[in-house]
Design a protein around this ligand. Sequence first.
Ligand SMILES: [Cu+2]
Length: 134
Amino acid sequence: MTTEMLVPLRAALTLARSVVMLLPVAASSIPPAMAAELIFDLRIDHGRVSDNMRLIRVKEGDVVTLRWRTDQAVILHLHGYDIEQAIAPGAVTELTFKAYATGRFPIYVHGAEERGQTHAHREMPLIDVEVYPK
Ligand SMILES: [Cu+2]
């Protein structure tokens, strides 16, 4: 091997070493859970959401936005997280929450008589949100 070939090789090794030393710093700046911001578009027609959108699956820590359209004014209730959101026709209404709790959380359409945290629903949930551990 000639000296002319050794010089670029040594430069490459030095560069490789400095890249390796930088890696731990770069890795620590990446969030460990890789939480995502997720958006789901949902449409209510006659009090129902189409079957293929009736189950929303996310991971713990995700920031979830449900973008609602509806043909009639309703109040939605995300059980467990206990978020109520009124939605009306002619607009897109966003319901955003951070999925900090794992489990299955139904969203029901509320009538005037269904208020507060503890109540039963006779009908099926509009959709279910499933939050999986990270
Ligand atoms: Cu409810």
